[in-house]
Design a protein around this ligand. Structure first.
Ligand SMILES: [Zn+2]
Length: 567
């Protein structure tokens, strides 16, 4: 039986809608970043070349959630609170970049494991009640605990949810107002017996950013208050420990002028970081720092091994410490990096490509260890620097290719699914003689999806950050459906698409599109068992609810149209 021109057009339209499904899938995965998969691999963590005492016996990591760098600078220059104290007496970093996606749980995971989201693989929410079993056992709390140091997380359900397994005490695993956090912390200090490593979060600045925007006076005032609270925390803590403490104060991301974060805008990516306390030098540091160097720096302060996936070395320049310690940690990092190269290359089957380079680096490493053993720390340090420079480049190349392979596999699977679904729809459509209807309806479904994407972008963060987007998705779907229906009604009344029976085509096509989307997301969620992927599947389900909304919208429109527009 020959295929008519109509049928060719129908099949082309079905293919088009399916391809748009692919585009939408990739778009959605890209928003939540398809590259953010945990690429975990084996790494032998070398021993430190010597035992090191902590630079300070207490390290307090304080997060001011969502603080923009320019706001931090303004508060510092106006002479208010801890920001001003750090600016004038501590180590202040001018150029600190956070990670993408620039959202709270991701940055916490990166900062405290010293690695990239692409490696730790955690890029979503949902950890708050300890209900995601994350594999983040390469974090600073665990390493500190192994050395016998005590640890605590205060008032941060994201960090608490990520790291509770490796922390001695999670105090108040919920969001508190800054004033409550401050009071809680002061009580803790007054009680005495302070943990060696404490992480505490002040979240109100982020809340104000979302509500009023990153250049609002409300946002500024909230950040200012946090700065003043933390100043008092620091003074009390410093006195209680007889000056044996370092405060690391940082922000996980900034805010756009309108309020919001998650993307790569400059004002969002530019984070605040500063150190103050024992053996911290007074300096403004212009070197480019990445937010995940905090984790490696905590190790350096405590005198413990670096987290095994550390991407960059600790920030050495901020401390008054011995050349021996710096050389020792540089060798340790160089050795770790070589082991990372080996582990990652093995994981992606490219060990033979890098084996030569590894043995070259290893021979320089032996020289560095020897120089260190001889007490020639200057030589040891410069040898280690050489290794680090080269090894970081090799490692990053391997990592890029590992990420690329992951994306390629995903695109391949999605394309295959789309191809199969297109064929299935075309065959069914031809068999029951509704091919053209399906194609017409599919085109409508495409329009609805495009409208949905526009709405998705328009509502932006309030959609992605609300945590319970099902209801709003349904509303968006219904609105999309109504708009698309009005469009078909116009085309149909003006005689341009008379062959399409909208009341048959639309529900069938929408349902078909619904099934395509649902299967794509669920399957991609199930294929990889990482928590992140399950989040993708969840996002997929939300999109499906939108599709159902579209059907409801069509239905309502049809009833109304029949009532009011028929002659
Ligand atoms: Zn936020």
């Amino acid at each position: 039986m020959p295929i008519s021109k109509k049928e060719v057009i129908s099949i082309a339209i079905i293919l088009l809608i399916s391809l748009s499904g692919l585009a939408l899938t990739l778009f959605t995965l890209n928003v939540w970043d398809v590259t953010q998969k945990g690429i975990l691999f084996n790494v032998d963590v070398p021993k430190l070349p010597a035992e090191y005492k902590p630079i300070a016996n207490h390290t307090v990591v304080v997060l001011i959630d969502g603080l923009r760098y320019d706001t931090a600078l303004r508060i510092a220059k106006e002479g208010k609170g801890i920001l001003s104290t750090i600016y004038n007496e501590g180590a202040w970093f001018e150029k600190v970049e956070t990670v993408f996606p620039s959202i709270s749980p991701v940055v916490r995971a990166s900062a405290l494991t010293a690695t990239l989201p692409e490696i730790h693989g955690y890029t979503g929410y949902g950890v708050e009640n300890y209900n995601l079993s994350l594999n983040l056992d390469f974090n600073v709390f665990k390493l500190a605990g192994e050395r016998g140091y005590t640890t605590a997380i205060i008032a941060d359900p994201l960090a608490g949810g990520e790291f509770w397994k490796w922390v001695d005490e999670v105090i108040e695993n919920k969001w508190l107002l800054d004033e409550e956090v401050h009071n809680l912390f002061i009580n803790l200090i007054e009680k005495g017996d302070l943990p060696n490593l404490i992480y505490v979060c002040y979240v109100d600045t982020d809340t104000a950013g979302h509500k009023y925007g990153g250049i609002s006076s409300e946002y500024y005032n909230t950040a200012l208050n946090a700065s003043i609270f933390i100043e008092e925390d620091f003074e009390k803590f410093y006195n209680a420990t007889n000056g044996d403490a370092i405060f690391i104060v940082f922000s996980d991301h900034g805010h756009t002028d309108k309020g919001g974060h998650g993307g790569t805008e400059r004002e969002v990516m530019h984070s605040f970081l500063g150190f103050i306390g024992k053996n911290v030098i007074k300096a403004h540091i212009y070197e480019e720092i990445k937010i995940y160097q905090i984790g490696a720096t905590v190790s350096f302060i405590l005198g413990i091994p670096l987290p095994k996936y550390s991407i960059l070395p600790p920030i050495f320049d901020a401390f008054n410490t011995s050349a021996e310690r710096v050389a020792g940690y540089k060798i340790h990092f160089a050795h770790l990096k070589i082991n990372q190269i080996r582990g990652l290359a093995e994981e992606i089957g490219r060990l033979s490509d890098v084996e030569g380079r590894i043995s070259e680096l290893n021979s320089t490493l032996s020289e560095a260890y020897k120089a260190y053993g001889d007490g020639n720390y200057t030589l040891a340090e410069s040898l280690a620097d050489g290794i680090i420079q080269e090894a970081v480049i090799i490692f990053n190349k391997l990592l890029s290719s590992a990420i690329f392979n992951k994306i390629l596999i995903k695109v391949g699977i999605v394309a295959l699914l789309i191809g199969l679904t297109s064929i299935l729809l075309a065959v069914i459509g031809k068999r029951y003689n509704i091919l053209y209807s399906i194609a017409g309806g599919s085109a409508l479904y495409l329009i609805s999806l495009i409208l949905f994407i526009i709405l998705f972008l328009a509502v932006g963060e309030s959609f992605s950050m609300s945590g319970r987007p099902i209801f709003s998705s349904l509303i968006i779907g219904i609105i999309s459906g109504l708009i698309a229906y009005l469009f078909i009604l116009y085309l149909s009344k003006s005689g341009r698409i008379s062959e399409i029976k909208p009341h048959v085509a639309i529900p069938i096509a929408t349902l078909a599109g619904f099934l395509v989307q649902l299967s794509l997301f669920i399957i991609s969620g199930i294929i990889s068992i990482e928590p992140l992927e399950i989040q993708y599947a969840f996002t997929g389900i939300v999109l499906e609810i939108v599709s159902v909304g579209i059907i409801i919208g069509y239905g309502i429109s049809l009833i109304l149209a029949n009532k009011f527009f028929t002659k």
